[in-house]
Design a protein. Structure first.
Ligand SMILES: [Zn+2]
Length: 81
């Protein structure tokens, strides 16, 4: 597998804004996770990101694998409401 992009994930950081508060992670490839309530969730997002193959790889299999891991994906919530 050829991987040109380096993924150096930083440790989860705490965002304390007047409007947004939570844990997030950033990667050297430009990836930014959404904010989570706990540091653990942010760390999970980081691990998740590092497991995701480059876009050139077939998506189906991994997409399904990720969907299983995430308990409540964003799109599910939106679908409900
Ligand atoms: Zn990355």
């Amino acid at each position: 597998m050829a991987d040109a992009v380096e993924h150096n994930m930083e440790a989860p950081y705490l965002v304390t804004d007047t409007r947004r508060r939570g844990w997030g992670v950033a990667c050297s490839c430009g990836f930014r996770s959404p904010l989570f309530d706990t540091r653990e969730e942010a760390q999970t997002a980081a691990t998740d990101h590092l497991e995701v193959p480059p876009p050139e790889e077939p998506k189906g299999y991994f997409a399904r694998r990720r969907a299983k891991k995430q308990q409540r994906p964003d799109w599910m919530e939106r679908r409900k409401g």
